[in-house]
Design a protein around this ligand. Structure first.
Ligand SMILES: [Zn+2]
Length: 163
């Protein structure tokens, strides 16, 4: 009986050590600061020359970017209205002039929105290009590890590019 209790304690201690080891991220995984999930490195954007994985996983990072853009967008619209409302409220009593100011504010907001849309689309394109480059680098690396020593340029030639 006493031996059983001892065995149970030992078993519990061993299980506790195992659990702690499971909770620790292995080198191939990383815990996201945003969602707290332990994810493989592929789930993170790699940053800088050193290619250090981001603190946030790709999904959380996209969420942050979307919220940030929405917030900036709101701030700009509010600022645009503050800028035109000042003369509107304080100096314009005439309805026609007031309408002119409202329309010019509206045009300002629409123009800045479409500029921002174009900018965001360009940034998204660059981001995808970068990801594809990274993917190609990874594939090249695994090719090299598998004994296929062709460079990326040679491979692109195989696929009919760079003619
Ligand atoms: Zn996350």
């Amino acid at each position: 009986m006493k031996k059983n209790v001892l065995n149970n304690q030992e078993e519990a201690a061993a299980a506790s050590v195992r659990n702690r080891a499971d909770a620790r991220p292995t080198p191939a995984r990383r815990v996201c600061t945003g969602c707290g999930k332990s994810l493989p490195w592929e789930a993170f954007y790699l940053k800088g020359v050193a290619q250090i994985p981001d603190r946030y996983c790709k999904e959380c990072r996209r969420g942050i970017a979307v919220r940030y853009r929405a917030q900036r967008s709101r701030q700009r619209v509010e600022q645009a209205f503050r800028d035109v409302q000042r003369p509107l409220i304080t100096t314009t009593s005439d309805a026609a002039s007031r309408m002119k100011l409202i329309l010019s504010a509206r045009n300002f907001v629409l123009a800045s929105k479409s500029r921002r849309r174009a900018k965001n689309a360009a940034a998204e394109d660059r981001r995808i290009d970068k990801e594809l480059d990274e993917e190609e680098t990874r594939l090249d690396q695994s090719d090299r590890e598998n004994g296929n020593l062709k460079s990326g340029t040679e491979k692109r030639k195989d696929y009919g590019e760079n003619k």
